[in-house]
Design a binder for this molecule. Structure first.
Ligand code: DCP
Ligand code: MG
Length: 357
């Protein structure tokens, strides 16, 4: 008999993160449409919106929109340049709260993280812990976040987005498929606008359509179709990276549009390299293994890893390996997402000699 442990996964995502940090330190901005990003220069500015407060979103402003368009939609908004060091600082404070729970945690971007709460023993306990996290983060930083709890990473992530801002959405295992069914297909992380359109053309608009459409998905995406069908049902076996063994540090980026442009890929990888390296040195960890993940158009995902002989915290080692592994993973197909992970980590106190008694 196989005994399967049902997991309980939490996903936490800060609300309008950069904008909320700015409002927090300038209370006069509270309730106003605040837009963080490039200088709009009276509508002639170039560059994009990083994020917008929920008040600004009512005007239709959102992340990645050209700043000139944001200005046209919301000329009365408060436009501020990003202050990355400040956001990184607040992010570290939030992530420390999550780590202090003692449950395995995996930070996936500057403002989001997974926790594996299986060991709490049940959804009621997980809910209590989630409420505690929200209270603590608010007390420490003044910021709100949204939390989703479910049987897998994919369900938890979609649930955290379900009632934003300041949401808490709990989707037990047996409700997962029904919870997902009415949602649009693009709510599944990794479905970009292109796949979304393709699926729409095949008559699949909701996740429920995907649940009922395994054959069509297999015909269209081959083996990737099975993966997508399972995600649509909320089945996703990927672990919270910190579970069990030593932590790992990882970041990933999904492209707005699938790409095979080597320069765009290298530039994005460079951003991930700096991010994971900053995190590594902040924690005073050293690593031995670098893993690169690539998700291609059509949902196939591949990873490639390389381990070095001695623990290292050298950004040049990460850079050399990451770019080489990425080159190895380039194929004929375009790429939707790339990720970078440092693992086999050595904690600061592990390197020291243990004194005998
Ligand atoms: N970000 C960015 N460019 C993007 C998306 C995001 O610079 N295209 C930055 C700004 C965000 C932060 O990353 O504040 C976190 O991204 P989220 O997608 O979580 O967006 P927000 O936290 O801003 O809003 P939400 O409340 O929807 O999570
Ligand atoms: Mg967020």
């Amino acid at each position: 008999m196989t005994v399967e442990t049902k997991r309980i996964i939490l996903h936490l995502d800060m609300d309008s993160f950069y904008a909320s940090v700015e409002v927090q330190r300038r209370p006069d901005l509270a309730g106003k449409p605040v837009i963080i990003g490039a200088d709009p220069k009276g509508g002639r500015g170039r560059g994009v919106v990083a994020t917008a407060s929920y008040e600004a979103r009512k005007y239709g402003v959102h992340s990645a929109m050209p700043i000139s368009k944001a200005y046209a939609l919301c000329p009365g908004g408060v436009y501020l340049p990003p202050d990355f060091p400040r956001y990184a600082q607040v992010s570290s404070e939030v992530m420390a709260v999550l780590r202090e729970t003692g449950f395995p945690s995996e930070q996936v971007s500057i403002d989001e993280s997974f926790l594996d709460l299986t060991a709490t023993g049940g959804y009621r306990q997980a809910e209590t812990l989630a409420r505690g996290l929200k209270t603590k983060i608010r007390a420490l930083t003044g910021l709100t976040c949204s939390i989703g709890i479910g049987p897998s990473k994919v369900v938890a992530k979609i649930a955290s987005d379900y009632r934003k801002p300041d949401g808490l959405t709990i989707v037990p295992d047996e409700e997962a498929a029904a919870f997902l069914a009415p949602l649009p297909v693009w709510k599944i992380p990794g479905i970009g606008p292109k796949t979304g359109k393709e699926l729409g053309a095949a008559g699949m608009r909701t996740i429920g359509d995907l649940q009922a459409g395994l054959e069509v998905l297999l015909g269209r995406f081959g083996r990737g179709g099975t993966a997508l069908h399972r995600l649509a049902l909320g089945i996703d076996e990927s672990e919270v990276a910190g579970r069990g063994g030593p932590r790992s540090i990882s970041r990933e980026t999904t492209f707005g549009e699938d790409t095979d442009d080597p320069e765009a890929l290298a530039a994005t990888m460079e951003g991930l390299i700096r991010d994971v390296h900053r995190n590594l040195t902040e924690e005073k960890y050293r690593f031995r293994t670098v893993t690169v993940k690539v998700r291609y158009t059509g949902f196939m995902t591949k990873t490639k890893a390389h381990s070095v002989q001695h623990y290292s915290d050298d950004i040049r080692t990460i850079r050399t390996l990451a770019h080489a592994l990425l080159r190895d993973l380039l194929a004929e197909r375009k790429i939707r997402l790339i990720g970078l992970r440092l693992s086999d980590l050595e904690a600061p106190d592990q390197g020291q000699t243990t004194l005998g008694i």
